[in-house]
Design a protein around this ligand. Structure first.
Ligand SMILES: [Ca+2]
Ligand SMILES: [Ca+2]
Length: 267
């Protein structure tokens, strides 16, 4: 953990007031876990098949009909508008679907909800199905026609544990190809806009892949847990998270680790 000193604050403030955005300026946010290599298991609460191992959260092993969740252990306090900014890295490996190894299921989701012990269902439920009072942003790799999945490789915004997403978008590259990918989720509760970005590098894309108008004050309370769910079915794969950053307020330029570094706020 890097100490957040008064001089760093002052330096950043002076640079910003002078119109200069310094490279790798340090920004204090609600929760910053750049890796899981040194005791970060103590800040993560796991359910089901999830465990903290080998530098990441392994949500599911590559076995069938599993489901799991993992949450940042401390509750986060959201503002009255429920705004937030989040960024995480993930990987899906060991894909298998029958005799095919170039397809796997079911995917993982970033979730905000009030119960640290909650995990939903396996298969197309992606570990979040039936979790009430929740918003899940799924990274779905298996097309379930019953859930209105547009294609197998898509992002979806799902409310209150219903896998029939209220908004979806096809992801233009394959997310379960064994590589580490990046996701940004930003909600501005003042104009009710939720934006999702997914990329194969750590540079935050300028344009959102999915932008959706939604009022989360109806869904989320002021105190919540943030984390991830995942599931496998007849088709399967391993799901892992390698970093997670969450701020309980919207950052207008979003969390971008290619430009700035982040530390957890002191509590
Ligand atoms: Ca699906
Ligand atoms: Ca879906």
């Amino acid at each position: 953990m890097i100490a957040f000193t008064r001089s760093v604050c002052l330096g950043v403030a002076l640079a910003i007031s002078a119109g200069i955005v310094p490279a790798q300026a340090q920004v204090e946010i609600t929760a910053a876990i750049p890796d899981f290599n040194e005791g970060e298991d103590t800040v993560v609460y796991t359910n089901g098949d999830a465990t903290v191992a080998q530098g990441g959260i392994r949500l599911t092993q590559p076995r069938g009909t599993l489901y799991a969740s993992a949450y940042y252990k401390l509750p986060v306090t959201l503002s009255s508008h429920r705004s937030f900014s989040a960024y995480f890295t993930f990987r899906m490996t060991n894909t298998q679907c029958g005799t095919k190894t170039d397809a796997g299921a079911d995917g993982l989701a970033f979730i905000i909800q009030p119960d640290i012990t909650a995990f939903g269902t396996h298969g197309g439920g992606i570990g979040y199905e039936k979790i009430p009072n929740s918003i899940a942003i799924e990274l779905d790799t298996h097309q379930n026609p019953g859930f209105n999945d547009p294609v197998k490789n898509h992002v979806g915004i799902s409310l209150n544990g219903d896998p029939k997403s209220v908004a979806v978008a096809e992801i233009p590259f394959t997310i379960n190809n064994g590589e580490i990918h990046h996701a940004w989720i930003d909600y501005d509760g003042k104009d009710d806009t939720l934006e999702v970005r997914v990329a194969s590098s750590n540079a935050r894309p300028a344009a959102a892949l999915l932008s959706h108008k939604i009022d989360l004050e109806k869904t989320l309370a002021s105190e919540e847990f943030v984390g991830f769910t995942a599931g496998t079915g007849t088709c399967l794969q391993q799901h892992e998270i390698f970093s997670m950053f969450f701020n309980a307020e919207n950052l207008p330029r979003g969390l971008d680790t290619s430009v700035e570094s982040y530390i957890s706020a002191s509590r």
